[in-house]
Each structure stands twice: as structure tokens, then as C-alpha cells.
Design a protein around this ligand. Structure first.
Ligand SMILES: *Cc1c(COP(=O)(O)O)cnc(C)c1O
Length: 603
């Protein structure tokens, strides 16, 4: 052993662990409750989003942070524990055999730091105890460690030290002025740093970020540690797909045939049943691995890839990002157009006067929240301009089936079967068209450009649906009548309760839009803000499904667009309220009451 300060810290922490075992004291914490508070404050470094993030727990010890993460049900965290102590890691691995724990000395000259590359890094208690080290040695250790790990951190990091603003300091603890830490972090992250000292302990937590941080969620754990009267959250969406028993017969068929993809028997049966469901000619419905993949296939089949003469695809600013993502995959640049105030989608009549019409290679009208787009005006548009049209009818499953003659035709229509859509296979989608050649070209574009021969003959991707997803789709079709009826009953219950509260006028749900949405159109952004505050206060989740428009999504912010005043006015006012096929009357009552008090506060 050398005389590096790190070595002394390691030896001391091993000794504490051996003496007290896998307890808070074994990690030098006085008690379990304070340790949980620290975990929560540290976890606040992670911005509130549901996408998976990699979290590195530096100085993870016996992996208690992971236990806490599981207890809180934070499912989007991909955890990596890092420590130098083999003793602690052995205990951690015994508790969590499937998790990653890495033995690594990050300050060793030859350390390979690749394994700690992460979105967020937390170091809880690594810099709070200095034992016999001098203040300067400890500062050097902190500085050296931060400088080494920062390049591996993509979003932000958090660590704690002891406060100087205390009645008395302990000699063995590391009390540091905030200014000293601020100076150190400033060298790494500029002004994107913050401190928290509001959680009742004799320490503070320092945070550093790569980009401007979002507001803290809360140090208060969402799952109360002690039983409390806090009401259960009403989730904005709780998908309900066929239960495993319903999948069994189909899965057994997969076992028997050993065909797992490439248009196997289940995908063929699923396509066939959907073809009949929509009254299409044989071959008019093509399955896809997702709605987005379906759009890519339909665009490639109808318009091919972007050309220098026609580099743009025209789409409404008010849609889910998938529409723009798909056109980019086909080489186009998005041209965002405003929506019509009544239909909430593109107006073909108005587009005829678009200044860049001769530079547009494809137009993608979107069925807003599943309200289907009629074929007829777009056929006329296509006729007049010669520009191919593909309809993003992602959430249109029910609406389209109500009147296939009006909503399906020569122009291909994509539908999504994502878990959040009413008819769902988990991931999945389809393209429907009465033009069989076009449908065949879509299949080809979704299968490496192969069609009847193993020769790649056109621009393509791999967007095939697997047999497993088709199994879910077949089971979903078996139960669809019942699921749809359940959705409709929830929509009707909403209407009834909203009418009783005198606020039904601005509510939108099935059958006017897809049954997976319950929307409330507020009169103004101020009113929407108040309604949102009230929903939040009453633990009712909500969502702006299409955000504030694509022009506000970072990646698409500098795309060309025309005047977007209708999108700007409508988008922030359309609140997505909780919806699920099994949403109960009492849950609906809580939503309605929260909404009502938010709207009442307006007058
Ligand atoms: C859901 C949705 C999509 C994307 O479908 P995926 O199946 O998730 O790829 C595309 N456009 C709109 C309007 C959607 O709502």
C-alpha cells in the first residue's frame, strides 16, 4: 500500500464495514432514515424524464443506493456501482447478483475509466469523512477525482460534503466552504452548478451539469417512507395489453413452427384479419415493427428518398415527433406548416399556395389524436400538384374502421400499435392502402429492399413485425370489442361527470378522437396553467401529448417553418387527462374535481 490519501480512506472504510457489517454505521452513517434522505437528494440530479439513464454510483459500498432505487420504483435507472473495496462489493453482489458492480480505483494512473461512462454520477459519502487526512489532502483527493470522472459524465453529477455552517465541526469529517466547492466545479461546468442544504443534515450536496439543469423534482420521496395520507397518483396513461394467458395459444404456435420473424404464419394471420377488419383488398395491409417504421416504409414506397430538387417533406408542426423522425430517415428535411384551427391538421387547400411547393417531395398530414384524415381532399391535392402524400394516422385505428371508405384509399395510411395507443401490440404498426402495388413496395422497403428475390432493389430499412408482436396483436384483436367498449364507457363516464360539474363543453374523447386520449381544451394558456397547477396539486398526472409543437423540440427547432400561430395558440391549451380502459369512476371524479377547481380559480 502506498501513502496515497485514497488508500487510507479505503482502509478506514473497510475497517468500519468489517466492524459494523452491512448497516448504515458500516458506511459511517448514523442512521438509515438520514441515509435515505441523502439518497433522495442525490437522485434529484437526474432530470425528470422516463427514458432510461445510466447512473454511476461512485463509492457504492454494499449497493444500498440500488436497494433504495428499487424501493422507490425508479425503473428508468440503469445502475452501475463502482468501488475500490472488494469486501463491500462482495456483499453488494450477493444482494444483487444481476446488477453491475465494478472494482475500480478511478485515480490510479492506468485506470480504464470506460466502464464508468454514464449519464449521471453520484458519490454519496465518498467526500464526507477525512479520518486523519489533512484538509488539503482531502481537497486534492476531491479535485483529482472530479477532474478524472467528469469526462465520463454525459449529463451531471452530485456529491456531498460536510457543511461549514454548523455549531461545531468534527475533526474526522470533511467540512468545506461552499465557495471552495463552487470554484472547483466552475472549472468543470461553468455556471451550471448548484447546491442544496435544505434537507436538515449537517452537510450539503453539490451538483454540476453539462447543460442547463431542469428544476429539482423534490427531495421528498414519491413513495412515502412512513405511511402517509397522500393520495395515490392518477396516472395519465396505464396501458392494458392482453394478459399472458391470452398469448399462450399463439406462443405455442411459435414454439411448434420455430418461425420467429420474416412474415411467418402469425404475422400473415394478423395482416389478414386486419385487412378484413378494414375492408381492404387482399394485400392492402402491411405490418411493421413500429408506426414510425411503417411511415418510413410508406414514404419510401410512395416518394422514394429526398432528392436535391425536392429536399423537403411538409408536415404539421402539431404532431408527435415520430412524424418528423420518419421523414428524416428518408433523407428529407422537415418543413413545418401550421395546422387549421378546426381540423388541427394540414389544410390541403391552403397548401396549394405554399411558396416552396416545387421543392417538396412528400406531404404528411397527421390525424390529430386519431381523428382520421379523409382521403378525398388529399387525392385532389395529389392530383393537382403531383406530390405524393402519406397520412400519419397513428392513433386512428377506431376512427378509420368506422368509415374505411372515407379514410382508406390510394393514399397510404400508417397506424401505430404502440403500447400507449388504444389498439396495441407493445411496439408495432401497419400501413393500409387500396393500392396493392404501393402496399407491396412498402413491404419491400421494410425488408431490406427484397421482394420475391433476395436482391436489394430499393431504398429500405428493416421494419418487419416479429411473430411475437403478431401474437400480441392476434390476442388484442380477440379482445378488441371488449377493450373498445371499456374505453368508450370511461369516455362516457368522463362526459357525465364533467357535465355534472358544468365543464363538459371543452372535453374531447372517443368516438371523436382515439379512445386512448381524454383531452381538455383550455380557453387560454393562463387557464391551462391554472388547470395544470390544480391537477399537479391533486396528484393527477396530465400530458401535452404533442408538446408545444415540433418547433420547440431541440432537434427540430431550426427547421424551416411558416407562420405557426395556430399551433402556438392551440398546443399549450390541449391537456391530456388520465385515460385507461379500466379507469374507475372515483379516479375520474378526482380528475374532474381537480380540473374544476383549476378552472374555477380562473374567474
Ligand atoms: C404514436 C405516434 C407515432 C409513432 O408511432 P410508433 O408506433 O410509436 O412508432 C407517430 N405519429 C403520431 C401522431 C403518433 O401519435
Amino acid at each position: 500500500m502506498t501513502d496515497r490519501p485514497d488508500d487510507l480512506l479505503l482502509a478506514q472504510s473497510n475497517q468500519a464495514l468489517l466492524q459494523h457489517g452491512d448497516t448504515p454505521q458500516g458506511a459511517h452513517w448514523p442512521n438509515a432514515a438520514d441515509r435515505r434522505t441523502r439518497f433522495d437528494v442525490m437522485l434529484d440530479v437526474i432530470a425528470a424524464h422516463s427514458e432510461p439513464v445510466v447512473l454511476c454510483d461512485l463509492g457504492c459500498g454494499t449497493g444500498e443506493l440500488l436497494a433504495h432505487i428499487r424501493e422507490r420504483g425508479l425503473q428508468n435507472i440503469r445502475y452501475v456501482g463502482v468501488d475500490r473495496s472488494a469486501v463491500a462489493l462482495a456483499l453488494a453482489r450477493a444482494k444483487f447478483p444481476e446488477a453491475s458492480f465494478i472494482e475500480l480505483d478511478v485515480n490510479a494512473a492506468d485506470a480504464n475509466l470506460d466502464p464508468i461512462a454514464c449519464d449521471y454520477l453520484i458519490a454519496n459519502g465518498l467526500f464526507t469523512v477525512k479520518w486523519d487526512l489533512s484538509q488539503q489532502q482531502m481537497m486534492d483527493f476531491l479535485d483529482a477525482t472530479l477532474t478524472r470522472i467528469w469526462p465520463q459524465v454525459r449529463e451531471g453529477l452530485a456529491f456531498n460534503v460536510m457543511s461549514k455552517v454548523v455549531d461545531w465541526e468534527r475533526d474526522d469529517l470533511f467540512h468545506v466552504p461552499m465557495d471552495d466547492i463552487a470554484r472547483m466545479l466552475h472549472a468543470l461546468a461553468g455556471r451550471r452548478i448548484r447546491f442544496r442544504a435544505d434537507y436538515g443534515l449537517y452537510e450539503y450536496t453539490a451538483y454540476a451539469y453539462r447543460t442547463d439543469p431542469t428544476p429539482f423534482r423534490s427531495a421528498i420521496p414519491e413513495t412515502p417512507l412512513i405511511a402517509s395520507a397522500a393520495p395515490e397518483k392518477v396516472p395519465v396513461l396505464r396501458p392494458l395489453l392482453p394478459r399472458s394467458e391470452k398469448l399462450q395459444p399463439y406462443l405455442r404456435r411459435i414454439d411448434a413452427t420455430r418461425i420467429y420473424s420474416n412474415y411467418g404464419p402469425l404475422v400473415m394471420e394478423f395482416e389478414h384479419r386486419l385487412t378484413r377488419h378494414f375492408g381492404l383488398p387482399a394485400g392492402g395491409l402491411v405490418s411493421a415493427s413500429s408506426g414510425t417504421a411503417g411511415l418510413v416504409g410508406a414514404i419510401l414506397a410512395s416518394a422514394a428518398r429526398a432528392s436535391t430538387a425536392r429536399p423537403y417533406a411538409l408536415l404539421p408542426a402539431y404532431t408527435f415527433v415520430a412524424t418528423a423522425v420518419a421523414i428524416e430517415q428518408c433523407g428529407y428535411r422537415a418543413w413545418l406548416a401550421d395546422i387549421d384551427a378546426d381540423s388541427w391538421t394540414l389544410d390541403p387547400q391552403r397548401l396549394l399556395a405554399h411558396p416552396q411547393l416545387d421543392r417538396i417531395g412528400v406531404v404528411i398530414p397527421v390525424a390529430p389524436f386519431g381523428r382520421p384524415v379523409p382521403q378525398e381532399p388529399w387525392l385532389a391535392f395529389r392530383e393537382k400538384t403531383g406530390i405524393p402524400v402519406v397520412i400519419d394516422g397513428a392513433a386512428g385505428f377506431e376512427g378509420i374502421a368506422e368509415d374505411p371508405g372515407r379514410y382508406l384509399g390510394e393514399i397510404p395510411v400508417m397506424m401505430s400499435f404502440h403500447a400507449t395507443k388504444s389498439f396495441a401490440t407493445g411496439e408495432g404498426g401497419c400501413v393500409a392502402s387500396t393500392n396493392i402495388d404501393l402496399a407491396a413496395r412498402t413491404t419491400q422497403a421494410l425488408n431490406f429492399g427484397f421482394y420475391s428475390a433476395r436482391d436489394s432493389r430499393c431504398a429500405s430499412t428493416n421494419g418487419k413485425m416479429s411473430e411475437y408482436h403478431a401474437a400480441v396483436g392476434l390476442a388484442e384483436l380477440d379482445g378488441w370489442a371488449a377493450k373498445y367498449a371499456a374505453f368508450r364507457a370511461v369516455a362516457d363516464a368522463y362526459r357525465r361527470q364533467l357535465a355534472d360539474a358544468g365543464i363538459a363543453g371543452r372535453f374531447l374523447a372517443a368516438p371523436d378522437i382515439s379512445s386512448s386520449y381524454a383531452l381538455y381544451r383550455c380557453e387560454s394558456t393562463t387557464q391551462a396553467q391554472r388547470a395544470q397547477d390544480s391537477l399537479r396539486e391533486n396528484s393527477v398526472e396530465f400530458r401535452l401529448w404533442y408538446g408545444a409543437g415540433l418547433q420547440h423540440q431541440s432537434y427540430f427547432a431550426d427547421n424551416d417553418h411558416g407562420d405557426l400561430r395556430v399551433t402556438e395558440a392551440i398546443a399549450p391549451c390541449v391537456l391530456g387527462l388520465p385515460m385507461a380502459a379500466d379507469l374507475t369512476e372515483p379516479m375520474i371524479a378526482r380528475v374532474v374535481s381537480a380540473l374544476h377547481s383549476g378552472l374555477a380559480a380562473d374567474s
